[in-house]
Design a binder for this molecule. Structure first.
Ligand code: HEM
Length: 508
């Protein structure tokens, strides 16, 4: 047994004891299997390995209600029913805090630093400038996709070759995203890309380890696990001189000088004030945007590729669609909007794979707790979530929910396809509820409501362009026919296998 494993066991034991001590009575009911001290302890451990099943049992027992289930440290409150989900999604930050929820899930105070939580101005950058500039920047994104696939896959002839999917996809996504964030030549610097990929992985994995440390020991122990300081120091090697130059130019010439780069550095500088206008603070925001973009987009594309090899009947119709659209309209953000089957396939893959057992996690920060319209109150300080996997698998929300039906959304949108811009999520027409970027109480892969992912327009553009590029240029098949690499599950988190492989060969 390694020291790390031993440490994890010790921490888990301490955590379990802490949880047992901190159990409180509450008017919100507990799931049946967790009644009694030993049973709740067992359920808390079972939640680590099979949270989806534990939550599903709760949903079955309380089809229209709020229930509690035990985890190692605390009670997790779960709100079942679409009406309750809508109420959570609409609640303001000073009642239900998204940032306090994320601070807990990713232990952001230790993995990223408190400043980002206290002033999350980068969210406005992503929601505003980044999204507005997508069409204009698309030629660069497309150019980077072509180069990244060529370099990362490095396929010469037309022989099949086996690839570990997630690590390769992370490289491609990191490089393509950074073309938009920091531009050439830095977006192709391998050391810079590795730094961003590794820091992203650290936040998600070490955040989970830090979560196991009892609260009072965190200030002492957590810094040992976090790579925040070393990653920032490393990032400054690349971003330091670049940011110094950009800050000096903005200072000297203002924000409108000719040839000011149209990238995330400029977009951050447009909003950053006071202490955020320093080189280390700006470098940290670049790392944070990378973190938000790389993990989520890479796991989404990886799952979609596993699904493509499991359900290969989708390949030819999507390939024909991509080839026809490109022949008629060329590569652009607008032409991607005509790729309905590809859009639908990605959305269906997200439905079945993108979420863990819980989603929309918020901390109740209102001092009197959070009261639903039916009068149920969840106490101050509680962590409240929705049963994401159960929602995506509910027969009331989807016909044959257990079936992977890649074109279920493109079939629906066809019925109303005469309506206007499919990217317009504000239009109340049935057709628009089926688009990849559209969030709804039935589809929460990008969250829903006030904090719905602001990067989803970029993510959808990038992922659709990547999948279309793959379909046109490459054949893919399962590494072992009929076997989908198993997802990795830890508590409420779920990601596609990091070691799974698929076979790829060049078509053209
Ligand atoms: C397929 C890719 C992606 C998925 C599945 C995804 C998913 C999510 C989810 C589930 C949330 C929380 C929503 C909630 O709880 O209501 C979120 C928030 C966020 N995402 Fe994404 N995301 C993706 C890509 C991106 C990209 C590319 C960026 C940046 C360029 C980004 C930036 C953010 C930010 C900044 C937030 C926090 C929003 C806030 O504080 O209100 N995401 N994302």
């Amino acid at each position: 047994m390694t020291t790390t494993t031993l440490l994890i066991y010790v921490l888990a034991a301490v955590a379990a004891a802490t949880w047992l001590r901190s159990r409180k009575q509450s008017p919100i009911p507990t799931i049946a299997e967790a009644e009694g001290v030993l049973s709740s302890h067992r359920t808390a451990l079972r939640f680590l390995g099979n949270a989806t099943d534990v939550v599903a049992r709760g949903c079955h027992q309380f089809p229209e209600g709020v229930f509690r289930l035990p985890t190692l440290f605390r009670w997790e409150y779960v709100a079942n029913g679409l009406q309750r989900l809508s109420e959570i999604a609409a609640a303001p930050e000073n009642i239900l805090s998204f940032h306090d929820g994320a601070a807990d899930s990713l232990q952001t105070e230790y993995t990223i630093g408190a400043a980002v939580k206290h002033n999350p101005y980068h969210v406005a950058t992503v929601r505003g400038s980044l999204t507005r500039n997508l069409a204009r920047c698309f030629p660069d994104v497309r150019d980077e996709i072509v180069h990244a696939f060529n370099d990362v896959l490095a396929l010469e002839g037309k022989e099949w070759k086996s690839f570990h999917v997630l690590p390769q996809v992370m490289q491609i996504v990191a490089r393509t995203s950074n073309r938009l964030f920091v531009g050439l030549p830095l977006c192709r610097n391998q050391e810079f890309l590795d730094l961003n990929v590794n820091y992203t992985i650290h936040i998600f994995t070490r955040g989970q380890l830090i979560k196991l440390i009892p609260e009072f020991l965190k200030p002492t122990l957590a810094p040992w696990f976090s790579s925040k300081n070393s990653s920032l120091r490393h990032a400054l090697k690349f971003l330091g001189p670049l940011l110094e130059e950009r800050l000096a130019k903005d200072q000297e010439l203002g924000a409108d000088y000719p040839d000011r780069p149209n990238d995330a550095i400029s977009w951050l500088l447009d909003i950053a004030t006071d202490e955020e206008r320093t080189v280390p603070a700006l470098a940290l925001r670049i790392l944070v945007i990378n973190m938000a973009a790389i993990h989520t987009s890479s796991t989404t594309l990886t799952s979609a590729l596993y699904d493509l090899t499991m359900y290969p009947e989708h390949m030819q119709p999507m390939r024909e669609e991509a080839e026809r659209v490109i022949a008629e309209e060329g590569w652009s953000k607008a032409s991607l909007a005509s790729m309905h089957k590809i859009d639908s396939f990605l959305r269906e893959s997200q439905r079945l794979s993108a979420t863990g057992a819980l989603g929309l996690t918020r901390r109740v920060v209102a001092k009197d707790g959070f009261t639903f319209s039916d009068g149920t109150t969840v106490p101050h300080g509680a962590f409240l979530s929705v049963p994401a996997n159960a929602i995506h698998g509910d027969p009331d929300n989807y016909e044959n929910p257990e079936v992977f039906d890649g074109f279920r959304f493109s079939r629906h949108r066809k019925q109303g396809s005469a309506l206007a811009d499919p990217e317009d999520t504000n239009v109340n027409g049935a057709v628009f509820t089926q688009h990849m970027v559209t969030t709804s109480p039935e589809h929460v892969a990008f969250g829903h409501g006030r904090h719905a992912c602001p990067g989803r327009f970029f993510a959808a553009t990038e992922l659709k362009a990547m999948l279309a590029h793959m379909l046109i240029n490459y054949d893919v098949k399962a590494d072992v026919e009929g076997v989908r690499p198993s997802d990795m599950v830890f508590g409420a988190m779920r990601t596609p296998s990091a070691t799974g492989k698929i076979m790829i060969r060049r078509r053209v």
